[in-house]
Ligand binder design. Structure first.
Ligand SMILES: C[S@@+](CC[C@H](N)C(=O)[O-])C[C@H]1O[C@@H](n2cnc3c(N)ncnc32)[C@H](O)[C@@H]1O
Length: 323
């Protein structure tokens, strides 16, 4: 029986068994498979920090119908089940898709879940998400929480999100792992800009080398795992085929010196006229076109200093005189 809420104790007992299994797996750092195959949990598994993020989400949202793409070694599944059980129960078997659970992963996740006595809490499909999710749409299934950690190539991630959007109830939440990666991030940005999904929360592992790397101009820092909420009302898309979501994404936008110089010139004129707000805006815009332009970085910073101090620090350069 999937619903563990028949007795609050059974839900808490099940959560404790799952927690013990999670702790054991992280402590050992390896997964043991039925065929004797043993493999390190990383880099496939969610880290303890990301797992905690998922368990907290599940605890907070207490979803009733949940779906997961990409089971890996089962750590994300175990965390989601733990969070749901602590919130009262797993009301319907948690639906999971992963075509490679036996061919690549030696059934490791299924064994970990079986050892935690949690098999009855899941509905596992050993098929690609892009094949199974359309079937769920056809069957009219709906979910209030979906976790995506499957094919991380852009086409894979994008298709997962397209079907997740169809399967989520209005106001439902979609969590996505590896959002620091360009293809995954880009798919999530599409959901924000074209479907009006709103960012709920994110997490970045403190020890990760990636934490500071994924800060793109015009964009907030990317988390490594994030959650987005589907709007409660479908956005009216009308004849608009596409809202651009690429402009503030790519670190590879070509530097536009001409535009940068023109904006910086206008900034200097604004400074000369004593309009520091306008100057600041213009230097900021110039830096967006040519981020490494040191002169413009200093010009921009100087708009925050009182004119006297700015002159003292910068000497009587051509633009200091303009202040
Ligand atoms: C990074 S792992 C998931 C790790 C898992 N969340 C965990 O915590 O252990 C990615 C998983 O996606 C699966 N996968 C790859 N392509 C897929 C597809 N088309 N549909 C569903 N799952 C897919 C892989 O087999 C792999 O198990």
């Amino acid at each position: 029986m999937a619903d563990a809420t028949s007795s609050p104790h059974s839900a808490q007992d099940a959560a404790a068994r799952i927690r013990a299994q999670i702790d054991k797996l992280y402590r050992e750092g390896v997964i043991h498979c039925d065929d004797g195959f043993t493999k390190s949990l990383y880099p496939t598994s969610v880290t303890p920090g990301r797992g905690r993020f998922l368990a907290d989400l599940a605890r907070k949202l207490a979803p009733r119908a949940t779906l997961e793409v990409g089971m890996g070694w089962g750590l994300s599944t175990l965390h989601l089940l733990e969070g749901m059980l602590q919130a009262g129960g797993v009301h319907q078997p948690h639906v999971i898709m992963d075509p490679f659970q036996h061919s690549n992963l030696h059934g490791g996740a299924l064994r970990a879940i079986r050892e935690a006595s949690a098999m009855e809490l899941i509905e596992f499909h050993e098929v690609p998400a892009e094949i199974h999710m359309p079937k769920l749409v056809e069957q009219g299934r709906k979910f209030d929480f979906i976790f995506i950690d499957g094919d991380h190539r852009f086409d894979g991630a994008f298709v997962d999100l397209v079907f997740a959007n169809k399967l989520l109830v209005p106001g439902g939440v979609m969590a996505v792992d590896d959002t620091e990666l360009d293809p995954v991030y880009l798919a999530c940005r599409f959901a924000e800009t074209n479907w009006n999904y709103s960012f709920v929360d994110g997490h970045t592992d403190r020890t990760s080398e990636g934490a500071g790397r994924h800060r793109y101009r015009n964009a907030r820092p990317r988390p490594q795992i994030g959650a987005w909420r589907k709007p409660t009302a479908e956005p009216e898309r009308g004849q608009v085929h596409f809202n651009s979501f690429v402009e503030d994404f790519s670190p590879y936008i070509r530097i536009n010196r001409l535009k940068s110089n023109r904006l910086a010139h206008e900034g200097l004129v604004a400074l000369r006229e004593g309009d520091r707000e306008a100057a600041r805006r213009l230097f900021r815009a110039a830096l967006q076109q040519d981020p490494a332009n040191v002169k413009n970085i200093f010009r921009y910073l100087r708009t925050y200093l009182p004119p006297g101090i700015a002159r003292m620090l910068t000497g009587r350069s051509k633009d200091a005189a303009a202040d």
